[in-house]
Ligand binder design. Sequence first.
Ligand SMILES: [Fe+2]
Length: 134
Amino acid sequence: MGIEWRDSLSIGVEAIDNQHKELLLRFDRLLTACQTGQGIEELKRLQAFLGEYVHSHFSDEEALQRLHRYPDYEAHIAQHAYFIEQVNRLEAETRQEGVSTHHVVETNNMLLKWLLNHISIVDKKLGTFIISPR
Ligand SMILES: [Fe+2]
């Protein structure tokens, strides 16, 4: 069972959709790696990627919200801050303890729950606001 981009995840802003596609692609690599017992190695790669990518992706989204004077800006960035906190916590834990299976499972759960929920509800609401005529 992998995870794939689907059109229903599109928020209507191509640059952001492309960044989401990249995130899902990397996440899918972790899921695929888990099926072949490579989850721990892949989680290390994913963490290195997320550490950089999530910051630049979120700051692109946040800049777009400021540009459009998005009314839900504060609530939206609070969700980003929460995710970054989780990524950092997991990163710190794996640095101290080494990567183990429960970190892989926890990352899978977090990405599955938070990321898909955030894209399909919170980011979509932002996209709808940006593309709707005012
Ligand atoms: Fe977002």
